[in-house]
Design a protein around this ligand. Structure first.
Ligand code: ZN
Length: 278
């Protein structure tokens, strides 16, 4: 499967790398392998001076069903996978290990993707759910096909939103509350209205449209692109985005701790996906 177990890397056009999540049978659900494969592919694009723009796509039919919560054979952080954040102690008991693990694979991994020095574009079709939103939101631009739909349903699992809590920034505070309270899907067109999505295009045109936009951006001076991205990201950080994400991560873990005490597992089993219940 290309250069990585769960991801393919394409030199898609001059100056454009295209990273494709490639677990279509699992609707590109993000397991540990994919988390580190995506990171490795992004690092490769950053290290290649010929690459100026990075596209993140998902093999059809869906962009991403979210985090793959099931344990697989390779699950040891720091042994099976290289640590990319600042935490350790992943096998510590109770909240200690859980907090460390989610710091590494959710909070710090997503921050790393968000802070990649080159412009990034998410190319989203089909369903983009929960952890899938974290992948799309970490990118600088989002292009969605008309059939794309989005949802963060984790309140049904007793948790106050996914680990990368930018919902108020992406959806506006009032719609963020409604869509979290209800676990409803929102459409690509609604997402464009919120300012979360840059363009909505027919499904058949999605890849070509995204590549054409990436190619136009790739003709700009590389350093100016990097500093422009940095300028917008710093502005968001000064507005408090980074502090807000870190603060809400603590509330997220209060939910996990409550669920563990109440139900013996970190999410409320009433709302957990059937694939995890097995
Ligand atoms: Zn969590």
């Amino acid at each position: 499967m290309g250069d990585y177990e769960t991801v393919t890397y394409q030199d898609a056009a001059p100056g454009v790398a295209r990273v494709v999540m490639n677990r279509p049978e699992m609707r590109n659900a993000q397991n540990l392998q994919m988390t580190y494969d995506v990171t490795a592919a992004f690092d490769r694009a950053i290290a290649d001076d010929a690459v100026k723009v990075i596209v993140l796509a998902g093999a059809d039919p869906h962009f991403s069903a979210g985090h793959d919560l099931r344990r697989s054979g390779k699950s040891e952080l720091g042994k099976d996978f290289p640590v990319i954040g600042t935490w350790g102690g992943f096998s510590e008991i109770a909240a200690h290990g859980r907090y460390a693990r989610e710091q590494e694979i959710y909070l710090q991994a997503t921050r790393r993707w968000r802070n990649l020095s080159k412009p990034t574009i998410a190319e989203v079709q089909g369903k983009c759910i929960a952890g899938g939103l974290m992948l799309a939101w970490a990118m600088d631009l989002i292009i969605a096909s008309e059939d794309a739909s989005f949802c963060d349903p984790v309140v049904t699992m007793g948790v106050c939103g996914v680990e990368w809590f930018v919902h108020p920034w992406e959806l506006g505070p009032r719609k963020a509350k409604e869509l979290l309270f209800t676990a409803d899907f929102w459409s690509a067109e609604e997402a464009r209205g919120f300012g979360m999505v840059n363009h909505v295009v027919p499904r058949a045109d999605l890849a070509a449209f995204t590549l054409a936009l990436a190619s136009r951006i790739a003709r700009m001076p590389a350093f100016a692109l990097k500093l422009t991205k940095e300028a917008v990201n710093r502005t968001l950080d000064i507005q408090g985005q980074q502090t807000a994400i870190e603060s809400v991560f603590g509330l997220h873990h209060l939910c996990h701790a409550h669920n563990q005490e109440a139900f013996g597992m970190s999410i409320d089993p009433a709302g957990m996906p059937a694939s995890v219940k097995k």
